[in-house]
Ligand binder design. Structure first.
Ligand SMILES: [Zn+2]
Length: 333
């Protein structure tokens, strides 16, 4: 009798634990389908900051207060309609929209996009495959000329025609809502295809933004430092030509935790990441990168490198000057 009672209690406990486990599995699966809470409360100050970035930067931001599931469908992309004449190359990760005149450029773009994935995972800690972003493939546009470049950007952003051609070599267009960061697409300036290295560097720079802004905590940093993400993109793309922009007179006046001229963010950021890699190492740099998705650079520098940003600045300025002199010497030969 005693044995029967024990067995019955064991049986009962097993049933209760099983029901609890089924409940937990169900609960967490349901959780997977709901939007991440971090996107639910994006402060107005952050939305204003991104909306007010100048046209000369290679970012096009939008905030969508009323997102729909269908916004993420790739069949709603601009492209493949008779009006704009785009054709497409599609695989499991990317859709490359191109004009028949630039098919070989489009094929090289697809190849360079695939080659960026493993290096992005290595540096950034993650790549956002479609299954992680509501099954959306990353659209990349290869326009045939200046006119189609401007028209593509304007049409995706649904704004008036703006002259982008003389500005950035490429642009990353994205929209943020409580459903997450939606990559509207990368649009490449036709001028980059005059040079094989420039076309790869430009695409890799924009793809770095794709990963960064998918990880970026829009609820944590109100007004992010532009050098943090522009420098990271330049460092990832290994854009050595950026050294030609180093302005040694301005360098002495710039502080990494204060605002400075927007266009200087590229060379300032690039040289800052080069200095971090040299002073510490790439492993520590990767740990630092994991923090800058949610923390200001001064806090990330203190936490990972154990120094104040002002001390790092001293080292960076010296290193940036050295890199610039090396660059000039190499180009004078
Ligand atoms: Zn950029």
């Amino acid at each position: 009798m005693r044995n029967f009672k024990d067995s019955f209690i064991t049986f009962l406990i097993t049933i209760i634990i099983s029901i609890w486990l089924v409940f937990l599995i169900y609960f967490f699966n349901v959780g997977k389908g709901t939007p991440p809470l971090i996107f639910a409360n994006i402060p107005k100050i952050t939305i204003d900051f991104f909306n007010n970035l100048p046209d000369t930067l290679d970012l096009g931001f939008g905030y969508n207060p009323n997102p729909k599931t269908s916004d993420w469908y790739n069949n709603n992309n601009l492209g493949e309609n008779p009006e704009n004449g785009y054709l497409k190359l599609e695989d499991s990760l990317f859709i490359i929209y191109y004009y028949p005149e630039v098919k070989s450029e489009a094929l090289r773009t697809k190849d360079n996009a695939h080659k960026a994935i493993i290096p992005l995972i290595d540096l950034m800690g993650k790549y956002h495959y479609p299954y992680l972003v509501n099954n959306r493939k990353l659209p990349i546009y290869v326009p045939k000329d200046c006119k189609s470049y401007n028209a593509t950007i304007s049409n995706i952003q649904k704004n008036k025609l703006v002259e982008y051609c003389d500005g950035a070599l490429g642009i990353y267009l994205f929209e943020v809502s409580k459903m997450g960061t939606l990559a509207k697409g990368i649009v490449l300036n036709p001028i980059i295809f005059n040079d094989l290295l420039t076309e790869k560097v430009t695409l890799w720079h924009e793809m770095n933004h794709y990963v960064y802004f998918n990880e970026f905590r829009f609820d944590s940093i109100n007004e992010p430092a532009v050098w943090v993400f522009e420098g990271l993109a330049e460092y990832f793309a290994n854009n050595k030509e950026r050294l030609s922009d180093v302005d040694t007179t301005k360098l002495d006046k710039i502080h990494l935790n204060k605002q400075f001229n927007f266009d200087d963010n590229y060379w300032v950021g690039y040289t800052a990441y080069k200095a971090m890699e040299k002073k510490y190492n790439r492993t520590k740099l990767k740990k630092y990168i994991q923090l800058i998705y949610s923390k200001a650079p001064e806090n990330a520098i203190k936490e990972i490198y154990g120094i104040f940003i002002s001390d790092f600045e001293e080292y960076w300025k010296k290193d940036a000057k050295e890199l610039f002199i090396q660059y000039i010497n190499n180009h004078e030969k």
